[in-house]
Structures are given as structure tokens and as C-alpha cells.
Design a protein around this ligand. Structure first.
Ligand code: AMP
Ligand code: ZN
Length: 438
């Protein structure tokens, strides 16, 4: 097969900025018009006296109200649909912690376009039809399963829908099937590596792996480097969310200099989460996305709660699709401890700098004697477990480094390898047991 796949819209990958803008205006106008079939958006537009014809340029986007997760909950399950239900062929649902889950509907065209987007991402990082792609992420409602499955099939790779868990079986599959590419959440990749080590499998010697797609949860650059060193492969950051289909929204190219968000599929805005005004490139804000080619359930100015910043609008790889920094986390994941704002990823970044530590850690927040405290438990690699003096010195060093980063002194507890919980899905990094004073 030649280098240009007929499925990936290669002509859209290298659009110039002017061409991207033109295409976006065209698709935005069509999307807004289509949204008037949704009872939710029709009412919203009527309430503020906005007509689809009022949207003439990308700047006019700002006349439109934002859409929030709460809107999805309030219209649960089908109140946002812009097509009759009989045209829909799939729904995905994201659970969330409170209230109704959210539902995202898809037509056949939506599923096809989603597969194209994921195939484009995988192609970008070098996958070709002769690759063996093992998807070690959860299937079912979690979009990382079917999303990557359809995308890798669309690309023409041999796909192995291994799903998450049962690490020994995963490793056997990798060996027996000659797996060259794996998708998994980063915390699960480090778990897989530990199981490989425990079972005498050397990934460089015994496997044919060359590419990993890691995503679905925040992870630091340090964590990525660690994963790359462990397995001897390139690990590319993959961003997605159920509301935007799932994976395929943003993906790193081989330059690994930020996530390309596909601007023929989405309009990207970064806004100040307080004022909701746009922030300049380079400044952290909340990611807001507008879908441009969705049929069943287009979303206008959807507030993702994810915090990131624009890194650039061109790239040595030849693609001009906007590049965003890796996510800092979601605004609702931010820990506020004694008035200080902390993202778990800041703690991870520091921990990963200590080679004596494994990648698994847990942050617990408690109230002791009316004071709020943070305890960071982190697993160590076996070789240090007996050397008490060395453990103590290490604990001190980690505490100091963490204090420099987060400006508070956490309690640091080094725990034996394998003693913290591991999840097959997204890792739970923070447990908040603080007393709530009403
Ligand atoms: P879900 O819709 O349940 O799959 O969750 C989507 C959320 O997962 C996003 O809004 C992000 O908060 C998070 N997420 C997905 N991919 C990444 C990534 N590559 N880096 C950081 N967070 C991510
Ligand atoms: Zn690039």
C-alpha cells in the first residue's frame, strides 16, 4: 500500500492556516444550522436572539453561549440530539461522579469519521497496514476501546482487542502475535512493564514493540520518558474525550512537541475559566471545543474543564493543525490545600525524577487536629527496601523537592513495590478524606 491512505483525508492534514480558517467557517455555519434540529440548541439560540445566519466568521463563534457537562446531564439521555434517534447507531456514556451520566449519540457517519480521525493519528506516528496493534485499554462504554479498534482497523493494521487487565495474557499476546504497537493508559503500561520484569521478559529482546499510544489520563513528560526507556519504544500522547467521540481529537506527531488537535474536526479555543475570555497563546486556560463534522450530536463551545495552552500553529512535521501542551489536569481535579492550588501532575513530575521510585503513587488528603494535610505514598523498587538509612535520606530528598514544587510540605511514605492499588482503567491518584466544614 502506498504512503497515502485513501481513508485519512491526506489533503486535510497539510492545510495552510488560511485554508483551515476557510474550512472551519464553512463547517461551523453548517454545524450551527444543523444544531437547530436539536431542541436544546434551538431554544438556546432563541433565548439570546441569535440566528444561524448571524455566524459569518470565526470571531462570531464568541456570540454563541458555551455548552457544559451540566447541559448534557440536564438533557439526559437524548435531549441534545440533532437527528432522529432512528438515525443513530451507537451511544457511549461517561459516568462521572455525580448526577446523571452523559450520553453521546453517533450516526454511522459519525462512527466512520471517528475511525478516520483515529486512523490518521496512528498513521501520523508511523503505523501501517503491516503493523500488529494491540489495544490494551478497557472496551465497553470507555471510548478508548472501540475508538482505537475501529481506527486501527480503518488503517488496515492487524488489531488485537486484548482489552485491559490480565497482564500475563497481554504479554503472551505481544510475544506470540508479534505486536508492534500498543494503546493503553500510561499507568497500565508501567504495570505491564513490572509484570514483564517479574516474569523475565525483556521487552527489547523478546518483543517487537515500536510504538505506544498512551493517553486518557494526565501524565507528565517525565512519566512518558520513563515509559519510553522501560520498553525501548516511542510513546505518543493521545487525547480524547467521550463528548468529542473519544480518542482521535488530539495526538502527538513524531516530533513529540505537543498534541495536534485536528482543526478540520474541531475549533479549539482556550479561555480563562473565570472570565471565559480567550487567553493569549502560551497562557494556560480551559480548553473549549466545537465539533465541525458531527451529525448525531454536534456540540458548540463545549467547556472540557481540561487545562492546557497553545504551543504553536505550525510544526516541522508539515502539519499546521494547532499544537497544544499536554493537559495539566482538569480544573475539577485541582487540589486546593490550605489555600494553595496543586495539580497531581506536579507531584508526579517530581516523583518521576527519582530513579529509585516506581511509577505508582497515591496522594491522600486528610484532616488531622483541624489541619489539612497531604500524604504522598510512592512505591520503591525492591533494591532499597532493606537499607533504612538510605530510605530515610531518600524520603527527605523527595519531601524537599516536592516542597519546592508545590510550596507545601507533604508527608512522604515510601512503600514496597506492588502495595498500592492499580487500576486497569484510569488511575485514581487522589483520595480526599478531609473533613468538610459547612
Ligand atoms: P472520558 O470521556 O471519560 O474518556 O474522559 C475524558 C477526559 O480524560 C478528558 O477530558 C481529560 O480530562 C482526560 N484525558 C484524556 N486524554 C488525556 C491525555 N492524553 N492527557 C491528559 N488527560 C487526558
Ligand atoms: Zn507535528
Amino acid at each position: 500500500m502506498d504512503d497515502k491512505s485513501p481513508f485519512l483525508h491526506p489533503q486535510y492534514e497539510t492545510l495552510s492556516r488560511e485554508e483551515i480558517n476557510r474550512l472551519q467557517v464553512e463547517r461551523l455555519q453548517a454545524t450551527v444550522k444543523h444544531c437547530m434540529n436539536s431542541p436544546f440548541y434551538k431554544k438556546r439560540f432563541e433565548e439570546i436572539g441569535l440566528k444561524p445566519e448571524d455566524i459569518k466568521s470565526l470571531e462570531d463563534l464568541r456570540k454563541m453561549p458555551f455548552t457544559t457537562k451540566q447541559d448534557l446531564r440536564d438533557t439526559y439521555p437524548f435531549g441534545m440530539a440533532s437527528v432522529p434517534l432512528r438515525k443513530c447507531v451507537r451511544l457511549h456514556s461517561s459516568s462521572g461522579t455525580t448526577g446523571n451520566p452523559t450520553v453521546i449519540l453517533h450516526t454511522q457517519k459519525d462512527i466512520d469519521e471517528w475511525a478516520n480521525a483515529v486512523a490518521r493519528c496512528l498513521w501520523m506516528v508511523g503505523l501501517r497496514p503491516d503493523d500488529v496493534f494491540q489495544n490494551s485499554s478497557g472496551y465497553g462504554m470507555f471510548t478508548g476501546g472501540l475508538g482505537f479498534q475501529y481506527g486501527a482497523e480503518r488503517l488496515g493494521a492487524l488489531t488485537v482487542p486484548a482489552a485491559a487487565g490480565n497482564s500475563l495474557r497481554q504479554i503472551k499476546f505481544m510475544k506470540d502475535f508479534g505486536t508492534t504497537a500498543v494503546h493503553a493508559v500510561p499507568s497500565y503500561v508501567t504495570r505491564l512493564y513490572e509484570v514483564m520484569c517479574d516474569n523475565g521478559v525483556d521487552p527489547r529482546r523478546d518483543l517487537k514493540l515500536k510504538v505506544l499510544a498512551i493517553g486518557a489520563e494526565p501524565h507528565s513528560e517525565e512519566q512518558r520518558k520513563r515509559i519510553e526507556n522501560m520498553l525501548g519504544v516511542k510513546a505518543y500522547n493521545s487525547f480524547g474525550m467521550s463528548e468529542m467521540c473519544g480518542p482521535g481529537v488530539g495526538f502527538e506527531c513524531q516530533e513529540q512537541n505537543g498534541l495536534h488537535f485536528w482543526e478540520d474536526y474541531y475549533i479549539v479555543e482556550i479561555v480563562d475559566p473565570e472570565t471565559l475570555e480567550p487567553v493569549p497563546d502560551g497562557q494556560i486556560g480551559e480548553l473549549v471545543l466545537t465539533t465541525l463534522n458531527r451529525e448525531a450530536m454536534p456540540l458548540l463551545r463545549y467547556r472540557t474543564r481540561d487545562l492546557t495552552r497553545v504551543l504553536g500553529r505550525s510544526c516541522p512535521c508539515g502539519r499546521n493543525h494547532i499544537r497544544l501542551d499536554r493537559m495539566r489536569g482538569r480544573s475539577d481535579d485541582m487540589i486546593v490545600l490550605r489555600g494553595v492550588n496543586i495539580f497531581p501532575i506536579q507531584i508526579e513530575k517530581i516523583l518521576m525524577q527519582f530513579k529509585e521510585l516506581s511509577s505508582n503513587y497515591l496522594i491522600t488528603l486528610t484532616t488531622d487536629d483541624d489541619n489539612d494535610n497531604m500524604t504522598v505514598e510512592v512505591e520503591i523498587s525492591e533494591m532499597f527496601t532493606d537499607d533504612y538509612g538510605r530510605l530515610q535520606a531518600l524520603t527527605k530528598d523527595i519531601t524537599r523537592a516536592l516542597k519546592d514544587e508545590i510550596l507545601l510540605t507533604p508527608r512522604v511514605k515510601l512503600v514496597p513495590k506492588g502495595s498500592l492499588p492499580v487500576s486497569d482503567g484510569k488511575a485514581v491518584r487522589v483520595v480526599d478524606k478531609r473533613k468538610v466544614y459547612l
